[in-house]
Design a protein around this ligand. Sequence first.
Ligand SMILES: C[S@@+](CC[C@H](N)C(=O)[O-])C[C@H]1O[C@@H](n2cnc3c(N)ncnc32)[C@H](O)[C@@H]1O
Length: 246
Amino acid sequence: MAKVPVHNGSLGGEQYVSGLEGLHQAFSVALGQPVYAPIDVSSKQLKILDSGCNTGKWLLDLASISAPVNHQYVGTDVWTEVFPGSLPSNFCFYEQDITKLWPESWKGSFDLVHQRTVLVNARKLPIRDVIIRMTDLLRPGGWIQLMEGDFAPVQQNGPAMQEFLELGKWFFDEAGPGSDMGPRLAGELSSIGLQDVQETTVLVSNGPDMSHPFSMDQLNTLEQRLRQELADIGGSIRYRVVWGRK
Ligand SMILES: C[S@@+](CC[C@H](N)C(=O)[O-])C[C@H]1O[C@@H](n2cnc3c(N)ncnc32)[C@H](O)[C@@H]1O
């Protein structure tokens, strides 16, 4: 998902967070489980990173299904104001930009690295470089799981949802990583030498409250048309989830 203007645009930070929390709910329902990589989260203690974690909801969901095992949970984002407040000491949150180098001491230390709908923020940095830096954080045998949008048309979508996807597609092409980034992920993981790479496609029912300068007329009416269309016939966005082992 494109990062729409958060700090200076028509969506205020609070609206953006509540939009993202709605999106997190939609992801959770569509995915059914936070982890697709075949890693046992219910027995021994693991060290788990969520990059671009926003409010940490994915980590918290994972903690609730992993209890009573208390994993070491690390969340990172550039938007630190939305990190959750008081949490148990096995949760840590840090400022980290995916385009910057990760702390040297983190290398080779994680059992699972997760990142969902953040890669567009790599901008002009090749996503391969961003992924390699994240896999460097894995211990041997550790897993990475990525989830990104796939802009191929969804047959049952109505015209406003399709237009919304076109807007996203345009943004991803403009921003740098390209709108084919989701479908490219599995190939990227294999090409950097990860093992047991798999992928699945999920359809996420979606109605995010976002806008982008695509065409003023479209923008002015898109939200209303999309809301109406979602209320009438619903709409879906296709995502790719891929995972691989170091
Ligand atoms: C679409 S949200 C996804 C949030 C969460 N991963 C999820 O799936 O619910 C994108 C997140 O990426 C963060 N982000 C934006 N640019 C980033 C960057 N360069 N490095 C790390 N995180 C970034 C945003 O602050 C936001 O929390």
